[in-house]
Design a protein around this ligand. Structure first.
Ligand code: FES
Length: 111
């Protein structure tokens, strides 16, 4: 089980959910109604699943692939700890993960 905490871009809304190993962060975020569009559904053809991972958690994730790094270059408000949520697989070892939603992110409902 991974305890995932989503923090809104302005830091005012915090949501914590328990996710099962094997789930992708994008599906956990969408199930929690977080504003991540994920247009290409993990096909590495967009960057609308961009999240900013807390520095201490970022270090514990497997490194991003070159393809992911390239897509992150296109993401608005990318930081040193940015990742694509569709590429983060939650594992038993990953006990917690804090992520911030970038400014201006929207989901299919436009929020
Ligand atoms: S959903 Fe498109 S790259 Fe993640």
């Amino acid at each position: 089980m991974t305890r995932v905490t989503f923090i809104s871009a302005d830091g005012e809304q915090v949501s914590t959910v328990d996710a099962e190993p094997g789930q992708r962060l994008l599906e956990v975020a969408q199930a929690d109604n977080q504003p991540l569009e994920g247009t290409c559904e993990g096909q590495m053809a967009c960057s609308t699943c961009h999240v900013i991972v807390a520095a201490e958690d970022f270090e514990r994730l497997p490194a991003a692939s070159e393809e992911e790094e390239d897509l992150l270059d296109l993401a608005a408000h990318a930081t040193r700890t940015s990742r694509l949520a569709c590429q983060i697989l939650l594992t038993e070892e990953l006990e917690r993960l804090d992520v911030r939603i970038p400014p201006g992110a929207t989901n299919w409902m436009g929020r």
